[in-house]
Design a protein around this ligand. Sequence first.
Ligand code: 13P
Ligand code: SF4
Length: 370
Amino acid sequence: MTILEFARSKPAKAGDLPYTAEVAAKTDALYAKVEKLITPAEWRLHAPLIAAINDLKREKNAVILAHNYMTPEIYFGVGDFAGDSLQLAKQAAATDAKVIVQAGVHFMAETSKILCPEKTVLIPDLAAGCSLASSITGADVRLMKQKYKGAPVVTYVNTSADVKAETDICCTSSNAVEIVEWAAKEWNSDIVILIPDQYLAKNVAAMTDVKIVTWAGACEVHERFTVDDIRELRDGNPGIIVLAHPECPPDVLAEADFAGSTSGMSNFVKRHQPDKVVLITECSMSDNVSLENPKVNFVRPCNLCPHMKRITLTKILRSLQTMQHEILIDPEISTRARAAIERMIALPLTRQSMYTHAKAPQVLAVEARA
Ligand code: 13P
Ligand code: SF4
């Protein structure tokens, strides 16, 4: 029986599929990319799943969009495209495949479905959520719009379709500063509503004169990093370069050497090849970036995102076998949400947002549900 016949025939998990000569032939080149981190014994469990997923993908005309926080066996083994939220949204919009499997969290799969309503979009685990996305609803946004009449609403992509539908334009951490400034000009407003991440909003506020109103949301992974963590790291590793994600609190960003989206951090390492670096973000980032930059030494304190870590090879294979869990969105909400995402994608921005704390990270207000 070939690995494809095996994969077609029954649901499988690590250990059910044999490590055969066919599997080795199909996965040896992939193992070469990850062998510094994954032991041969672990690989013998991953490889049959990877071979089965890649064969089923071809049969079903599917692509796997893998976020930078996926574990290396997913990122390097089965991901057709990897990147940050903005890059994955652009890839979803551009792909010819009939099926998209989102190796990421629910809001990313919704974004793909909104951009490609005619395609089948699958999320391998429906419970892969996000503390930012669950912090706010469409009704919350409608109340904010009443309170700050005339102010444009810029919404981080880490939100539900319902929230995006109430939005003028979306942003990601790679373009938030430029989009806030663009929206203020376009709406001729000195106030912009930037939701739902209060820390991203404050970090943007440090880079612009636009007055920002935000929401009391936070990323449960990035809000846990502290200034003391960074100082201890610097004390223990003289000369280390500290890169942080803009979902971290502003005092943490102020201590970093560079802040940017997940791909912004990855590009920084590729370009500068520092001797020693730490990425103040989710754990799998350092694994993936270190494999792509073998000369750079990585110090690895990190926080796990429990939602991202719900996505495993076994669940990706199940998802392709059963075509579950399919993302479905109310067409009226989807159309409105799509306008906000497409507006972001269409803006001709030439550089990534920088977060160098040119001024105090002060926002006008942090709104919360009454
Ligand atoms: P990026 O857009 O930087 O990939 O961030 C997504 C995310 O969920 C970070 O926590
Ligand atoms: Fe959401 Fe934070 Fe996890 Fe990203 S890392 S998906 S923002 S909880």
